[in-house]
Design a protein around this ligand. Structure first.
Ligand SMILES: [Zn+2]
Ligand SMILES: [Zn+2]
Length: 323
């Protein structure tokens, strides 16, 4: 399945029975071409550059229609007027807002979102939307430099960060399995861990190649500010598992830790991938979630086989003793 075009994106969100109109389509297209946060009046100006006959009221009505349809998001940076940003290939996010130059910078943090979910669940509250805006002074203003237009995270930055998160997870997975193989007592258990370490290594290679390809296509991408702050998620799961792998641990316990890590990783990437807007980054998350599920299933099969082996061994032992 390919990523939908802007037109397909709008079609998917168009309310059932919604009439099509050329004027509206024209306004929507102008809006989707804008990156960043645009005021209603600025959109009116842009629309008028293309077609001076479209009234201000029509642009305003269309903006409201786009908000209702989920094509546009309303943002309020406390400037006394609203701005709008489109949702096409643009994941939800939080904002850093500079009070000196009024520019805003986007980011997303899985730790903040996790906390919101935790608090909401504890208070039996159903969260629908969270708005986080951090006000302050941006790097350029702080340094007394002229403010440059901030690069709004594009699909490419999102993909870059999704790959970085996946690579970090793969790396800690590799560490986990390498260590588990070293500690395993059962020969077959060791083989499974080594096999998984090999798999993580080859996935890591694929992800790194994909990352390099992305950077080659746009070398400026490497230095763009981080958009996804998924540190805890990327390093936490397997890193915690690796510290649990002390010597003296048997294969069964090691497999259970591995299953828990892979399950957590699979659930994390799947949950995030499903919630993201259609984009390359979403694909990366969902593909990675599938790989983690395969690993989890392999470990579960191995765990069951190991338990069966141990059972038949102890049955045999009993039979020998009673014979
Ligand atoms: Zn600033
Ligand atoms: Zn934004």
């Amino acid at each position: 399945m390919s990523i939908p075009s802007a037109t397909e994106f709008v079609e998917q969100l168009r309310p059932a029975g919604g009439r099509r109109s050329d004027k509206r389509d024209f306004i929507v297209n102008v809006f989707l071409r804008q990156e960043g946060h645009i005021g209603a009046d600025a959109l009116v100006d842009l629309v008028h550059r293309g077609d001076a006959r479209i009234s201000r009221a029509t642009v305003y009505r269309t903006l409201q229609w786009m908000v209702d349809a989920g094509i546009a998001r309303r943002v309020d940076f406390g400037e006394g007027r609203l701005r709008f940003e489109h949702a096409y290939r643009h994941p939800r996010h939080f904002h850093l807002v500079c009070k000196s130059c009024s520019q805003s910078f986007e980011f997303l943090s899985s730790d903040i979102e996790g906390l919101i979910e935790e608090v909401s669940a504890a208070r039996r509250f159903t969260p629908r939307q969270s708005v986080i805006q951090i006000y302050g002074t941006c790097e350029a203003c702080e340094a007394g430099q002229p403010a440059s237009t901030p690069p709004t995270p594009t699909d490419a930055v999102f993909a870059r960060d999704a790959l970085r998160v996946a690579i970090a997870t793969e790396r800690s997975g590799l560490e986990f399995y390498t260590r588990a193989a070293r500690l395993a007592r059962d020969a077959r258990g060791r083989k499974v861990f080594l096999q998984l370490a090999e798999e993580e290594k080859s996935h890591l290679g694929t992800l790194q190649a994909r990352y390099e390809e992305l950077i080659k296509a746009d070398p400026a991408l490497e230095s763009q500010p981080t958009f996804l702050f998924f540190k805890g998620a990327a390093n936490g799961l397997f890193a915690a598992g690796t510290t649990e792998l002390k010597s003296g641990l048997d294969d069964r316990q090691a497999l259970l830790i591995g299953i828990r890590c892979e399950r957590g990783s699979h659930q994390f990437f799947k949950r995030y991938g499903e919630r993201f807007e259609e984009s390359e980054g979403k694909r990366i998350f969902l593909e990675f979630a599938d790989e983690e599920r395969e690993h989890r299933d392999l470990l579960i099969r191995e765990y069951k086989a190991l338990v069966a082996r141990q059972r038949s061994r102890s049955r045999e032992g009993r039979r020998r003793r009673t014979a």
